[in-house]
Design a protein around this ligand. Structure first.
Ligand SMILES: Nc1ncnc2c1ncn2[C@@H]1O[C@H](COP(=O)(O)OP(=O)(O)OP(=O)(O)O)[C@@H](O)[C@H]1O
Ligand SMILES: [Mg+2]
Length: 227
């Protein structure tokens, strides 16, 4: 089902940090939301998630760092069952084995607290938790910036493979055009709280029209990174 949100906006401390913005996301859509730091990407992501959830859609969110998603005082098993409960599922009813296999989560002791796991495995666990409810949309906000490039690339590859058979759409928020270019078919560029340009990834990379998109695509060296 196509997801639509209209007139998303945000004002903080009297300042408009997100000007009215409307989005339309097709099933299986792969969207990269890019822009410089402070351009409003996360704000738009949060506003979109709130709006779609209010419409009754299942939307998952993966934050930048597993530290934001996991409580250091709670076991990994606790986090997993809390995620199930939050989605209205009985504890233990999600296909944990399938999701762990898809995201290559092996050998992690669920009785341990987050600091007992590697960061790469923690972030894959957070992504697996996000996928529990078969979301219509998964919003990943700088999901790999706390990981080294090789682990980051492997994580994105596992997620892409998992999503191939699903109707879920994905929004990848990043200021790394190299990361986005490999993973998305549409790019949306933000600047100063506005979506200033959007279109097919290839077109945006080859023929950016706004200054914001030109500055991002000028960083060709990022494209050489493995993630
Ligand atoms: N709670 C807040 N109060 C005041 N200003 C805020 C608040 N949250 C965000 N902002 C401001 O809104 C702007 C957009 O912030 P946002 O976090 O959405 O940017 P971003 O594009 O995600 O940046 P980054 O790439 O650094 O994550 C920034 O200038 C930020 O300082
Ligand atoms: Mg952000």
């Amino acid at each position: 089902m196509t997801l639509t949100a209209t007139g998303l906006s945000a004002v903080r401390s009297g300042r408009t940090i997100l000007h009215p913005t409307s989005l339309r996301i097709e099933p299986r859509g792969r969207i990269g939301l890019v822009g410089s730091s402070g351009s409003g990407k996360s704000t738009l992501g949060h506003a979109l998630i709130d709006d779609l959830r209010a419409q009754g859609r299942c939307v998952a969110h993966v934050p930048q760092s597993p530290d934001e998603a996991l409580d250091p005082l709670r076991s990994m098993a606790f986090h997993w069952s809390e995620a199930e409960i939050a989605l209205g599922l009985a504890p233990g009813s999600a296909d944990q084995a399938g999701l762990f296999q898809a995201l290559s989560i092996e050998g992690g002791d669920l009785r341990k607290r987050p600091w007992g796991w590697s960061r790469g495995m923690l972030q894959r666990f957070v992504i697996a938790m996000a996928l529990i409810g078969n979301p219509d949309l998964i919003v990943l906000d700088e999901p790999t910036s706390a990981l080294d490039p090789v682990v980051a690339a492997a994580t994105m590859e596992l997620l892409s493979t998992f999503l191939k058979g699903k109707t879920a759409a994905m929004i990848l928020i990043t200021h790394d055009l190299g990361l986005a270019a490999r993973r998305v078919d549409t790019l949306m560029v933000m600047e100063a709280g506005r979506l200033v340009e959007q279109g097919p990834t290839e077109d945006m990379l080859e023929r950016p029209t706004t200054q914001a998109a030109r500055s991002l695509s000028a960083h060709r060296n990022w494209m050489a990174l493995p993630c």
